[in-house]
Design a protein around this ligand. Structure first.
Ligand SMILES: C[S@@+](CC[C@H](N)C(=O)[O-])C[C@H]1O[C@@H](n2cnc3c(N)ncnc32)[C@H](O)[C@@H]1O
Length: 266
């Protein structure tokens, strides 16, 4: 119920088939500068990793969903890409290599909502970086309490449907019914339905929670510092700027592993 399943994977690819050029150019700039191996955790179906691989870079991937990874592995094989792809959560991953760059796209880090799991995930990312290695990730951001209230009230119930090239209909309904202000987390239940020839053939549920982070007060910077990261820079646009007035954008965070930081396994 907590992992992306088969219909969710189908919906994800129908809904977001290609990465916008500006988003890709942002991550390409880090990939080009990386002086060593590159890892994308929460890689999903490889929406970002695949076009970067097409440009000649080797990107390893980690993800908690067997179904998302099955699609990623299939396309890698079809296109002849040689990537190490691991099924695991960020908090539990135990990889044989250290990386010069670890990046997480599209606000996916906000899917980790439990403070203890956030801490173990950051510790684990740090452990998998080479000294001075770069970590870039995105989170959902709110700038003030009012903005967060507005966001929560605005999105109580929504849905969409899309058609696959084979003519199947995928229906996604989202009910957001639990708003935990103490932990800045929004909990939703998503129902996916697969419809063929007017009949429901499969259903799947996903518990979907998003944690909102706030750059203000530098709570995030303190968290990163505690977990062995420094040189924190924030953006809220893929052109590497931060504009306080910009609405509905993720907070993009760039930081580096402290040179002398060593910490035990999470
Ligand atoms: C919304 S998808 C985005 C995928 C990719 N970041 C992109 O931009 O296309 C989020 C992905 O994060 C994965 N995920 C969620 N929680 C995870 C965790 N704790 N550890 C590893 N992967 C996780 C899901 O399985 C899913 O494939």
């Amino acid at each position: 119920m907590k992992h992306y399943g088969k219909i969710c994977t189908l919906m994800y690819d129908l809904d977001k088939p290609v990465v916008p050029e500006i988003d890709l150019a942002f991550y390409l700039s880090y990939v080009e500068e990386a002086n060593g191996p590159i890892l994308q955790p929460m890689v999903g179906t490889g929406r970002f990793a695949l076009p970067l691989m097409e440009k000649g870079f080797k990107i390893d991937g980690v993800d908690a969903s067997a179904d998302m990874l099955a699609k990623f592995r299939r396309v890698c094989k079809e296109r002849g890409h040689d990537a190490n792809i691991y099924e695991n959560t960020l908090a539990e991953m135990e990889l044989p290599e250290l990386y010069a760059l670890i990046f997480i796209t599209s606000g996916s880090f906000s899917l980790i909502t439990d403070d203890e799991e956030i801490s173990r995930s950051l510790t684990n990312i740090n452990r998998h970086l080479l000294p001075g290695g770069c970590f870039v990730f995105e989170v959902s951001e709110y700038d003030d309490a009012h903005a967060l209230d507005h966001h929560w009230l605005d999105h109580h119930w929504n849905g969409k449907w899309l058609k696959s090239p084979e003519g199947e209909i995928v229906l996604q309904s989202v009910v957001q019914n639990d708003q935990d202000r103490n932990s800045d987390t929004v909990h939703s239940l998503v129902r996916y339905e697969l419809i063929k020839d007017g009949r429901l053939v499969d259903t799947e549920f996903l518990e979907f929670s998003l944690k909102y982070h706030n750059k203000g007060g530098d709570k995030l910077k303190a968290l990163l510092d505690e977990h062995g990261f420094e040189d924190v820079v924030y953006y809220n646009s893929y052109d590497k700027t931060y504009d306080k007035g910009r609405k509905n954008s993720n907070l993009i965070v760039e930081c580096r592993k402290k040179q002398d930081f060593s910490r035990k396994r999470p």
